[in-house]
Design a protein around this ligand. Structure first.
Ligand code: 6R9
Length: 649
């Protein structure tokens, strides 16, 4: 790694930055040595109703894990995103919304956003929703998505956003888990050439829940204009609800540790976890990282091309940029529709200065050579960002040269739903870049690398990435299951938060993320638990047993490889394979649909009956020459059959 190419801080980045390298180093040291003073000062970047006197109270000790920040302060997140900007920025654009179809667009100013948030907040109150109630949001990437999040925050309701690509059953189980009183959805979603019937999906989800359905009302945004099945007394049109509401709504004072949102994410076992974030620490983290990681300055046009259904959308489309009074682009569609030039066209159209996207999108564009940037100007860009998975150096270079024209630093931000915002990331005016490395920790973050026994490793090393102390933006618990929170993150290595990621540290102290070390897949930047897909598969009538592993995939980063043992009497066929793919699409989401399905009479197991995934991973990666020790297998002949019939040759 010592031969890695180094990209020094550019003159242009240095000229406009908040923080030079010296300032970063000095502030980082202070944040670690005197966290109380450091965060007492930086917490004041928000407007507080009651200022805090306490700053940090946390423990990572198993059995007593707790995380509290600013815990006697009160504030309101929507006030911080809206009201406080109005005196200076009422007519500044908050969102340039770009629709799925080119030519469909809308600009929303801070005043307009404020008005609509207040109206929806009042409307929700009129439906009996208030502080502490849960609201499920199932919306496309339209301005109402940001409005819905902020309206919840305004009245102290806790939002749970479910990605619009998820199936009725995935929606239903998330609604039940957090006991949502209200769903906010739209008639349909548009993404590329596809439409998704969100309202129909919602009806199906609630229908399946039967008596367990906690939902009293469904608010429906008329977006595409499609007819919906109206359930009298339950459904209400968004525009009807808002029409009668005043454009002012008193923000609910929230304790810093009151929940702001729940966001479900996949883990290595069982059903998705409801990651819970609270108000004060999360907002400090979202706004501070957004400012420094993107060097965001007034007047910049910033575009985070994520979906609001993922944590990246929560933190870097809604809360971070709005807390900083930023102007953002919000995009409904996909990078390749109507063609691969779309991203570059949007950059030129809105004169975007900062573009933040995912390696999977970059690889999708890169697959077309330079077609994605041909004819585009792109000179408005001064900074690029990457998030979601490790960025391969090849994709890094393409992004740097073709999109950034060699002029733009790339901030490769490592973080998780659980962490609330970026933790390991370059700062454009402070950090020399190495393609493929997320570089150094943000303020207050203490990363470390441990071996499989939990011993801390020094200097240059490779192992499991852990975090040694709390930071304001971290998750507080798994909703409804604090024990699962402790077990998932704090039981593997005592006294430490385990990220589930592997990492290396080089001689400059830079971190290189190497991917998940647990049974979590990262498909196109989307997290999927293998256990979740396996449970879905074995629920299919033709399947006796299934094992899911990831394998290297050029575009998606990881593809989904499924090994299936059929039930007795079932003959595998192409039609059945197709049906199984369709089943997973429908039950979970198109994202979870298997790329390769290999039928086999049996799966390799230890004598105690554990499926040996290590072997399946090797076969899926076409690395069956290095299977390692297979002497503990109950029946080694199973492996020969699998190798012979492997699909990734
Ligand atoms: C923000 C987000 C989290 C997992 C994480 C890691 C991977 C995210 C990365 C990265 C290497 C980066 N990941 N960013 N790996 N470099 N810059 O993606 O949250 O959906 O919860 O996924 O994504 O494996 O553990 P989430």
């Amino acid at each position: 790694m010592s031969h890695q190419q180094l990209y020094p801080v550019t003159q242009a980045a240095l000229a406009r930055t908040y923080l030079t390298n010296e300032q970063y180093l000095q502030m980082y040291q202070q944040s670690i040595k005197e966290p109380e003073q450091f965060w007492a000062e930086h917490g004041r970047r928000l407007d507080w109703i009651t200022p805090y006197t306490k700053v940090k109270d946390s423990s990572f000790e198993l059995g007593n894990v707790h995380v509290n920040w600013f815990s006697d302060g009160t504030l309101n997140a929507s006030y911080n995103c809206l009201d406080r900007h109005l005196p200076a920025k009422a007519n500044q654009v908050a969102y340039f919304w770009e629709g799925d179809e080119p030519g469909v667009q809308k600009a929303v100013t801070y005043q307009e956003l404020y008005d609509e948030v207040c109206q929806l907040a009042n409307g929700m109150r009129s439906l009996g929703v208030g502080k502490g109630d849960k609201v499920t949001i199932y919306l496309p990437m339209i301005p109402q998505a940001a409005v819905a999040l902020l309206a919840c925050a305004r009245i102290g309701a806790v939002h749970s956003v479910v990605f619009a690509g998820f199936s009725p059953d995935a929606l239903g189980s998330r609604i039940v888990d957090c006991d949502s009183k209200l769903v906010i959805t739209a008639d349909q979603a548009l993404r590329g050439a596809r439409t998704t019937a969100l309202k129909d999906n919602t009806d199906l989800a609630l229908g399946h829940l039967g008596a367990a359905n906690p939902v009293k009302h469904v608010i429906v945004v008329k977006h595409v204009g499609q007819n919906i099945d109206e359930h009298a007394g339950r459904d209400v049109w968004y525009h009807d609800l808002l029409a009668a509401q005043p454009k002012h709504c008193e923000p609910e004072p929230m304790n810093a540790e009151d929940p702001l949102f729940i966001l479900y994410t996949s883990g290595s076992t069982g059903k998705p976890k409801g990651v819970l974030h609270t108000t004060g620490g999360y907002m400090v983290w979202a706004s501070m990282t957004h400012q420094y990681v993107f060097d965001y300055q007034d007047g910049d046009v910033y575009w985070c091309a994520a979906d609001v259904g993922w944590v990246t959308g929560h933190t870097y489309i809604v809360y971070g940029p709005l807390a900083n009074g930023a102007t953002s682009v919000m995009f409904e569609g996909v990078p390749t529709y109507p063609n691969v030039k779309r991203i570059a066209q949007i950059v030129d159209k809105y004169q975007v200065n900062v573009l933040y996207t995912a390696p999977t999108a970059i690889r999708a564009l890169m697959a077309h050579g330079t077609a994605a940037v041909e004819g585009a100007n792109l000179s408005s860009l001064h900074l690029l960002g990457s998030v979601g998975e490790p960025i391969n150096p090849e994709a890094w270079h393409w992004y740097h040269e073709q999109v950034g024209k060699g002029q733009c630093p790339i901030v490769d931000t490592w973080w998780q739903t659980e962490t609330g915002g970026a933790l390991i990331t370059p700062l454009p005016g402070a950090t020399a870049l190495k393609p493929g490395s997320a570089t150094r920790p943000f303020f207050g973050v203490i990363p470390a690398i441990v071996d499989n026994e939990g011993n801390l490793l020094d200097g240059t090393c490779e192992g499991n990435l852990v975090l040694l102390d709390s930071w304001p933006g971290m998750m507080r618990t798994v909703f409804g299951d604090h024990d699962r929170f402790e077990q998932t993150y704090f039981s593997t290595y005592k006294g430490m938060y385990f990220t589930g990621d592997g990492a290396k540290r080089d001689e400059d102290g830079y971190y290189w993320l190497t991917g998940r070390v647990d049974d979590v897949l990262n498909v196109s930047g989307h997290r999927l638990g293998t256990a979740e897909i396996e449970s879905c598969l074995v629920a299919h009538e033709a399947i006796a047993e299934a094992a899911v592993v990831g394998y290297p995939h050029d575009l998606k980063g990881q593809g989904i490889y499924v090994f299936i043992a059929p039930r007795v009497g079932v003959e595998p066929s192409d039609d059945l394979t197709k049906a199984v793919k369709e089943w997973v699409r429908r039950e979970i989401s198109p994202i979870a649909s298997p790329d390769l399905i290999q039928w086999a009479p049996g799966l390799p197991k230890t004598r105690s009956g554990k499926i040996m995934r290590r072997i399946l991973r090797k076969i899926a990666a076409n690395e069956h020459d290095s299977l390692g020790d297979i002497s503990t297998l109950a029946d080694p002949s199973v492996v020969e059959h699998l190798i012979e019939n492997r699909l990734n040759k």
